[in-house]
Design a protein around this ligand. Sequence first.
Ligand code: AMP
Ligand code: MN
Ligand code: MN
Length: 338
Amino acid sequence: MSLPSEPTAEQWAAAVAAVRSAGADDEVQLFCHVNPDGDALGSMLGFGLGLRRLGFTRIRATFPGDFAVPSPYAALPGADLLVPEPEAFADPRLVVVFDVASESRLGALAGRLAAAPCSIVLDHHASNTGFGDVRLVDPRAAATSVVAEQLLARLGVELDREIAECLYVALATDTGSFKFDMTTVAVHELAARLIATGLRPGEISRRVFDSRPFGAMKLTGEVLGRAVLEPAAAGGRGMVWTWATLADLERHGQPPYVLDTLIDPVRSVAEADVSVVVKQVAAGEWSVSLRSKGAVDVSGVAVSQGGGGHRLAAGFTGYGEADDVVATVRRLLDEYLN
Ligand code: AMP
Ligand code: MN
Ligand code: MN
């Protein structure tokens, strides 16, 4: 499958014109996806700070659902731009969207996007469904923050330490701390420019990756302890999976975001190409994380279930019992590989 191409010169020019057409006192609304991760929040807040440097005075940033900012990101520069969903501008002049592969990831805010006189979408998902007026979607970009940095540069915003910290957190989280295949020369060059503003990578990593409540560690231990390895699944390439319920979270007194990184130890299992974590979000509703080491395009599986993502990292919302959701994944993998 050939990847869709990067944004054209016309699209970049249209995005710059869209920002410049708004006045400094016009309302600018920024959105990122539900259950925001480091890239969603980092690219959105970094860009928001850039707009502030350009003189915009009325900027709000939000995401759908509970106003729960995962604590690793709560201290990001620009976090003062964040408002709960009900406080988003009702009728903004400009909407800018970050790291959102499909409108379904915006919940009820998708209507606000459609109604806005102008919208710009910054994203890097190959599965992006194509929405918004100006689309800056680069599936070759390691993170949405790569696209955000390019647009800031075209707008004449100079990187400072605060903007850089947001963009760096986004880049570091989406590349798995500069480990994944997307970690190109250009990624390291961008990281170098961000670090040159004076930010402290060690400090950021400790805060973002290496700081979890004790209860989160105990919960992780329990959920990893019940993982199942199926060597014959995924056409004999192996699948490893586990699940976590709302009751598990409650028992350990933890918020849902602590499960966001649970896929990382699961996907390290050598005997399996495919890893799956099924996380309950409500009765009969599960957020499913899929990863492959290379044999399977898991975004195909996710898209077939109404989700999305990248070739080797994708997700969807599943319904029923956790076992049913895993059975569906098992069947789709067999169909894909046989
Ligand atoms: P996660 O497993 O939550 O870390 O997500 C892996 C990738 O899949 C990310 O790029 C997400 O944006 C994408 N993704 C996860 N869940 C969904 C969903 N329900 N719909 C669309 N994309 C998703
Ligand atoms: Mn994301
Ligand atoms: Mn991303």
